[in-house]
Design a protein around this ligand. Structure first.
Ligand code: MGD
Ligand code: MGD
Ligand code: MO
Length: 760
């Protein structure tokens, strides 16, 4: 296990990973952020409004809120507090800042430093050949973008990227703008995130979302299986829900190559039990699955169930459910019978006995929920892995009843809503038809570019205008140097953003920075004060209303920016100006275009919001190709790791939100003062003549050559042999652009084949 202090570098400290998440340290750290960042009043006032009725939705993750009346007075977590502190900072980045710092100079700064300067305050323009961004008026900025878009020879020479913080209203007008222009080039962060979940669930159960509600987890599930997810850091409020489930007697099985602190034990910072006593033990069974071993693991547990059913027919499977609602059952059973236990054991890294014990947990539980996140979606066979989870659930009828179902846990706070609103390069024809009928123009039908395809098109000189509604494209995407070069290949790059980041500095021939309001800020328009709406991970739609004074008088809302551009491009053809001053008009359009949003404006007034319909959950209806829930055959084909190599996964530290790096520590994993660490099994280090604390270089290998990340500190860590982990986004330099998941095209940022070598 890791040593206490790294002698080679005074600033980096590695300690034992923590056995639990939450507790007093979490409160202390939340307070430190609030006090240290925005000043006590602005920060704490905003925190108390977060995730409350008439308050604003936390800009961090998409975990759902408890029903009104059941919410705590402080319904937020340490990492939500960091997110709010980060956006309510007093730091300002205006014309003086840009006059003092050239783009070249800023490009030398890291992710943390760039955002730490503070909030962007006014529109800025970088002219062709200029070294510094300079101020520009909103009007001129809008006309410049409109002019460049109009002068393209083909609308498909533009790409409109979205990060998952945009509200439903902003997302709806944004996809409308792209389609009015004539393109479906709507790449989004989802392409790198839960695309694999959407693809697998759409195919097998006919809806690209989870089918579980919060109370299924807190009140009903007898077994909760958490796979490829680190809620202690990324969805901390999920731990309170799990604690509630544990207290009423639910069982939790966790499969993860890293024994994550939050999954082991949770000290709820909002309860006496959490603060004074030892907290709640969450995981009952921990399965140290190998990276990308989950398909084999789930096939194994289903095989084990099948073998038990063979021994004692009609005792294990829910045959009436299978016969009424499913197809493909015989084929999948045949595939499991043909599968060797040796293949399952080798690929999963688990013994047959461990998998049999897991199967016993399943048999003992009347209802099972499976939750997952990026540990499953960012592999070549991610879609097949998630289909295999559906198989596993279908066997015992664990879909469409209380306490059961698949539950992909979303990342960005409104990433699921953005998809619902039409941010997808391949929206189905039924949606396009409704858009046509509502607005009276013919939207394009040909599918557009996703994120990886956009990078290729930019690289190949096929994109003139790249427009980003939030996010940090070049840092979040794979193959950093290639992505940066691709972005520089565009004629115009436009970023709507709250804070300065790397993507703003890898610009096209000319570039615009358009500063927008953040979630916590009041949104006043000609039609009065506005609110927006969002959809959480469990399909609840509710309002979000900021109340703080805007960080600068020149900030505009995302809706106002997009509708302003619509007006500059198309005049008042479909009422852009009116939509921008009264978001209720946008919701009226949504109510007629998007299924499930009938009487939107009325229903959004319900305290806590309303739940979107989900066929599998509500009535066991499955809108698939056959009208049934589909068993599918998915042969275990874990990533092959050549001799002498390791499979590297990239994770988030406890001190970041995606490419936003709040600090250099990762308290739960015992790291202080550095992000350039690589977690490796001690035996793997020893086999290479290395030891904990050594400096190493990481070299990824792919058919087109090698990529390097230099100067990492090796940390001996409890991960299965052959596996390693490093932090995203820094490690993105190692992910080949062409290494993507089958069907979803998601970059395989959790299975990168690497060598580690002593640093040179
Ligand atoms: N504070 C904070 N909150 C966030 C974010 C953030 O950066 N910071 N990001 C948001 C976003 S956009 C997202 S998508 C989510 C991400 O939420 P997570 O998916 O929890 O994020 P990661 O850090 O990528 O963690 C992946 C987890 O999967 C495990 N894992 C990796 N490979 C495998 C595998 O092959 N099999 C299994 N079983 N496990 C594996 C890793 O060990 C790790 O525990 O969080 C959201 N919330
Ligand atoms: N190697 C590797 N790569 C990954 C991942 C991984 O696990 N490993 N995860 C992937 C995942 S799951 C995701 S979701 C993507 C994330 O990709 P993105 O969504 O593109 O990245 P973020 O880091 O969330 O974007 C941060 C920026 O958003 C802007 N911002 C913040 N708040 C707002 C707002 O309210 N409005 C606007 N307009 N802008 C705002 C700020 O300028 C900030 O710098 O990264 C992906 N990349
Ligand atoms: Mo994500």
């Amino acid at each position: 296990m890791p040593k206490d202090i790294d002698e080679s570098n005074d600033e980096v400290q590695i300690k034992e990973p923590r056995p639990s998440a939450g507790g007093l340290p979490a409160i202390g750290h939340a307070m430190q952020y609030i006090i240290g960042e925005p000043g006590v009043v602005r920060g704490s006032r905003s925190l108390l409004k977060m995730n409350q009725e008439k308050g604003f939705d936390c800009p961090s993750c998409a975990w759902p809120d408890p029903a009104p009346g059941q919410r705590s007075f402080a319904e937020f977590c340490e990492n939500g507090a960091k997110a709010v502190a980060w956006e309510t900072t007093k730091g300002r980045v205006g014309r003086g800042f840009f006059a003092a710092h050239s783009v070249a100079e800023l490009r030398e700064q890291d992710h943390h430093s760039l955002e730490e300067h503070g909030r962007l305050t006014e529109p800025m323009y970088l002219a062709p050949g200029a070294t510094h961004y300079a101020p520009i008026s909103w009007d001129d900025a809008m006309h410049l973008v409109a002019d460049r878009l109009k002068s393209m020879v083909n609308p498909n020479r533009a790409a409109f990227y979205t990060s998952g913080r945009a509200s439903n209203e902003a997302a709806f007008v944004y996809q409308l703008l792209a389609r009015r222009l004539g393109t479906n080039n709507l790449p989004d962060c989802s392409n790198m995130c839960h695309e694999s979940s959407g693809a697998a669930l759409n195919e097998t159960i006919g809806v690209g979302k989870g089918t579980v509600s919060l109370d299924d987890i807190t009140d009903h599930a007898e077994l909760i299986v958490i796979v490829g997810q680190n809620p202690g850091t990324n969805h901390p409020r999920m731990l309170s829900a799990l604690e509630k489930a544990k207290v009423r007697g639910a069982r939790i099985v966790t499969a993860n190559p890293l024994p994550e602190a939050g999954l082991v034990r949770f000290k709820n910072p909002q309860s006496v039990r959490g603060l004074v006593r030892g907290g709640t033990k969450l995981t009952d069974r921990y399965l140290a699955v190998r990276v990308n071993g989950d398909l084999a693991m789930f096939a194994g547990v289903s095989k084990a169930l099948l073998e038990r059913e063979d021994v004692a027919p009609n005792t294990i499977f829910d045959h009436s459910f299978i016969e009424t609602y499913c197809d493909g059952f015989d084929e999948v059973c045949r595939a499991w019978r043909d599968l060797d236990w040796s293949v399952i054991e080798t690929q999963s890294g688990l013994t047959r006995e461990e998998i049999e014990d897991f199967a016993s947990d399943v048999v003992a539980a009347k209802s099972v929920v499976v939750t997952w996140a990026m540990g499953l979606t960012q592999h070549r066979n991610a879609v097949a892995t998630i289909r295999e989870i559906v198989n596993f659930l279908l066997l015992r009828g664990n879909i469409g009843r209380s306490g059961a179902g698949p539950s992909p846990i979303r990342g960005h706070s409104n990433v699921q809503g953005d998809r619902t609103m039409g941010i997808w390069e391949q929206m189905p024809d039924a949606f396009i038809d409704k858009l046509r009928d509502e607005f009276g123009f013919d939207p394009p039908r040909a599918h557009g570019l996703d994120t990886v395809a956009t990078i290729r098109a930019m690289r190949d000189g096929q994109i003139d205008v790249f427009f980003a509604l939030g996010g940090n494209f070049v840092a979040a995407t794979p193959d950093t140097s290639l992505s940066e070069a691709a972005m520089k290949n565009c004629a115009l790059t436009v970023h709507v953003a709250t804070k300065l980041n790397r993507s703003h500095l890898c610009h096209g021939s000319e570039a615009l920075l358009l500063p927008c309001l953040s979630r916590s800020e009041r949104d006043d328009q000609a039609g009065g004060e506005q609110f927006v709406t969002v959809e959480d991970s469990m399909s609840m739609v509710h309002e979000s209303r900021g109340s703080l004074d805007p960080g600068s008088p020149h900030l505009r809302s995302e809706v106002a920016i997009v509708t302003g551009l619509g007006r500059a491009l198309f005049g008042e053809d479909i009422g852009w100006g009116a939509m921008g001053s009264d978001y209720g008009l946008i919701r009226q359009h949504i109510s007629r275009v998007v299924d499930g949003f009938e009487e939107y404006e009325e229903r959004i007034k319900t305290p806590g919001g309303f739940m979107l319909p989900r066929g599998p959950h509500d009535s066991r209806t499955f809108d698939t190709a056959t009208g049934k829930a589909r068993f599918t055959v998915n042969r275990p084909d874990a990533v092959e790791v050549p001799d002498g190599h390791l499979v590297l996964q990239t994770v988030r530290s406890h001190d970041q939100f995606n490419t936003t790096v709040y600090g250099y520590d990762d308290r739960h994993r015992g790291v202080k003062g550095s992000r350039k660490v690589v977690f490796v099994n001690a035996e793997d280090l020893a086999e290479r003549g290395l030891k904990d604390g050594d400096m190493v270089d990481l070299v990824s290998v792919w058919s087109d050559g090698e990529r390097q990340a230099k100067g990492y500190r090796a940390v001996a860590y409890a991960t299965p042999k052959g596996c390693a982990a490093a932090y995203f986004p820094e490690a993105n330099v190692l992910v080949p652009l062409d290494s993507t998941a089958v069907t979803s095209n998601t970059p395989t940022s959790k299975s990168i084949i690497i060598r580690i070598e002593p640093a040179v």
